[in-house]
Design a protein around this ligand. Structure first.
Ligand SMILES: Nc1ncnc2c1ncn2[C@@H]1O[C@H](COP(=O)(O)OP(=O)(O)OP(=O)(O)O)[C@@H](O)[C@H]1O
Ligand SMILES: [Mg+2]
Length: 148
């Protein structure tokens, strides 16, 4: 399926812009296709984007940006979800993909990233945090299904 419309739907689901506070930028070629279950991929991207919204809003009024970009590399697609928020705190990093343990946010359950990582893994892919100088960035690496 084409990735861009799905990502735009994720953006719509966030209820942005919140008083012009958060820009949602989709930096994806119209023709880029990805081989994944639509609902699962929606869930993955929604969990990551919601974390970004919460991180930016937690900064108390500072303007922010969420940028989703993607590119194909051979038989896999790399999707990056990046934000200009405060970055992932060290306390959260230690247990990032562990259920109920990674939350460093008031009211956070600590399931969002665990679920996202498991859904990516179920597709044969990987979800990683990317080192970034500013903000937070996560990379989804999704291979195409093997055709026999
Ligand atoms: N984009 C981000 N910027 C800053 N911190 C982040 C970001 N994404 C995740 N985190 C940190 O990682 C923690 C774990 O995220 P995760 O989505 O697994 O759980 P949660 O958001 O706390 O709760 P849930 O998603 O289950 O409601 C968050 O509490 C937050 O501290
Ligand atoms: Mg979350």
């Amino acid at each position: 399926m084409r990735l861009k419309p799905l990502v735009e739907e994720v953006g719509d689901s966030l209820g942005l812009p919140r008083e012009g506070l958060i820009d949602f930028v989709v930096d994806i070629d119209d023709t880029l296709r990805i081989d994944a279950d639509r609902e699962h991929l929606f869930r993955i991207l929604n969990n990551l984007a919601r974390n970004a919204v919460q991180a930016i809003e937690g900064q108390g009024g500072a303007k922010g940006e969420i940028r989703i970009s993607a590119r194909r590399e051979g038989r896999r697609v790399l999707v990056e979800v990046r934000d200009s928020g405060p970055g992932v705190p060290p306390k959260a990093r230690e247990n990032l993909f562990r259920a109920f343990q990674g939350s460093a946010r008031k009211g956070g359950v600590g399931l969002g990233l665990t679920i996202a990582a498991e859904l990516v893994a179920a597709h044969g892919g990987q979800l990683q945090i990317v080192d970034s100088v500013r903000g937070a960035a996560f990379l989804i690496d999704l291979p195409d299904r093997q055709v026999r």
